[in-house]
Design a protein around this ligand. Structure first.
Ligand code: ATP
Length: 306
């Protein structure tokens, strides 16, 4: 498989891409296994997640000295619940995901998963516990079945099929002449944004991690596809601890807790209803987006009809 990522400049691209976003990070990191800033401490034990809680304990972080991106950030995601992270562009939302995945270590404070400081456990075990549905999923030039099972080698055929079913991929697969064997990716069948999202969801279902990181998982989709995918995502979230990084507030209004980030600080938090009642930054963002949705509705409906 590593052959796919040669020549080396492509490796460089992959490396930069994952450092910028959350593009299938676990898988990419495994492949490139290169000069990573963050190292395991010698003899670090594997993370064993009994209760999948996520805690940011007074976390301060900056990519460069002198520029703080997250400022003494504390929050707790109880096991099995969903926390959404919202806030203006550049507020530090994706950075939270990168720290949870331990691409970087906090300058101060700790990140805990299942009560363990993630800096003290093996990174592979940490990444195995977290499933990511990124903004834009990478498909390999391989069969659909391979792409769904990717990251969980040796996964049972029945498990792959069930995941495809749960991710609502079966209508597509049944239409294809080679079904699960159909080659996809750049050199095979090109999938739409929504279909790629479904493959990412199916992949995560096969991996079956206790913790989920959704990086604005529906951002590349039109409204109707987004609604369909949201239903599938709900199924994925069931029984898992979820952190959802969101730009569009309509997709996360039912989260158990919403953290509103502003310049790396926790400006406010609470449920959608509580935050609206508060009349602060969230309420402001909500009414702005609601009026944009209103404006869009007339044009998008027409656009999607065809
Ligand atoms: P958006 O909503 O636009 O995706 P965000 O809230 O997710 O933004 P982050 O991606 O977490 O914001 O970035 C927070 C800040 O950190 C931004 O000012 C960004 O320019 C900066 N930043 C992000 N990645 C790096 C990096 N690798 N090196 C230096 N600065 C970075």
């Amino acid at each position: 498989l590593i052959q796919l990522f040669r020549p080396l400049d492509l490796l460089g691209w992959v490396y930069r891409t994952i450092r910028q976003g959350l593009v299938d990070m676990a898988e990419m990191f495994r492949l490139i296994d290169t000069d990573i800033e963050v190292k395991d401490i010698p003899g670090a034990p594997a993370l064993i997640v009994r209760t999948p809680t996520v805690v940011f304990d007074n976390v301060t972080f900056g990519y460069e000295p002198g520029r703080t991106i997250l400022d003494r950030l504390s929050f707790e995601v109880p096991a099995g619940s969903t926390t959404a992270i919202v806030g203006p562009s550049g507020a530090g939302k994706s950075t939270i995901g990168r720290l949870l995945f331990r691409f970087y270590d906090p300058t101060q404070g700790r990140v805990l998963v299942g009560g363990e400081d993630i800096a003290r456990v093996r990174q592979d075990s940490l990444r195995a516990a977290i499933g990511i549905v990124p903004q834009d999923s990478v498909l390999f030039n391989e069969s659909l079945a391979y792409n769904i099972a990717y990251g969980a080698e040796g996964a049972d055929e029945a498990v792959v099929e069930q995941a495809a079913r749960d991710a609502a991929l079966m209508p597509l697969i049944e239409r294809l002449p080679d079904g699960f064997g159909t080659m996809v990716g750049e050199r095979g069948l090109k999938l739409s944004g929504g279909e790629k999202q479904r493959v990412a969801i199916a992949r995560t279902l096969v991996k079956n991690p206790p913790i989920l990181l959704l990086d604005e998982a529906t951002s590349a989709l039109d409204t109707r596809t987004e609604q369909e995918i949201l239903g599938t995502l709900k199924r994925l979230e069931e029984g898992r601890t979820t952190i959802a990084i969101a730009h569009r507030l309509s997709t996360i209004a039912d989260a158990d807790n919403i953290l509103v980030l502003d310049h790396g600080r926790l400006a406010e938090n609470g449920t959608h209803a509580a935050l609206l009642a508060k009349g602060g930054l969230y309420a402001e963002m909500w009414s702005r987006q609601a009026s944009e949705r209103g404006k869009d509705a007339s044009t998008t409906d027409e656009g999607e009809a065809g």
